[in-house]
Ligand binder design. Sequence first.
Ligand SMILES: [Ca+2]
Ligand SMILES: [Ca+2]
Length: 136
Amino acid sequence: MRALIMLVAGGTLLAACGSKSDDVENHTAAAQYTPPTVTSRLDFGGEVERRFHRIDVNRDDRITPDELPDRWQSLVKRGDKDGDGALSAEEWSELMLSWFDRNDLNGDGTLTSEERETYRERRQAAPASQPDEAAR
Ligand SMILES: [Ca+2]
Ligand SMILES: [Ca+2]
């Protein structure tokens, strides 16, 4: 089962990478990570790490704004804790896992597509109360 989830997650990630079309439903960068199934926090963390290295095109272990698509630019500002203008692997993971935890509404360490949907609806209902808007 776990292998299957990994497989699905990997496939979704590949699909997300292959397609440049703007998915208007996915407002956050991290939304691209999650398959329409159940994702464990552990699996998600693994994906986050792989994604970091994929985005870090020049392999300097930092994600700089020029390595991100335009609509993800605000991620750098939001996650750059040490203010060096880039995201370290640590800063990136923190950012992505905090997104995961916000979506994991019942806090059981797994994320269902239902929780993601609920989270998205809540954000759209009260955008002002959500300072974590990422890539609008
Ligand atoms: Ca880089
Ligand atoms: Ca930084």
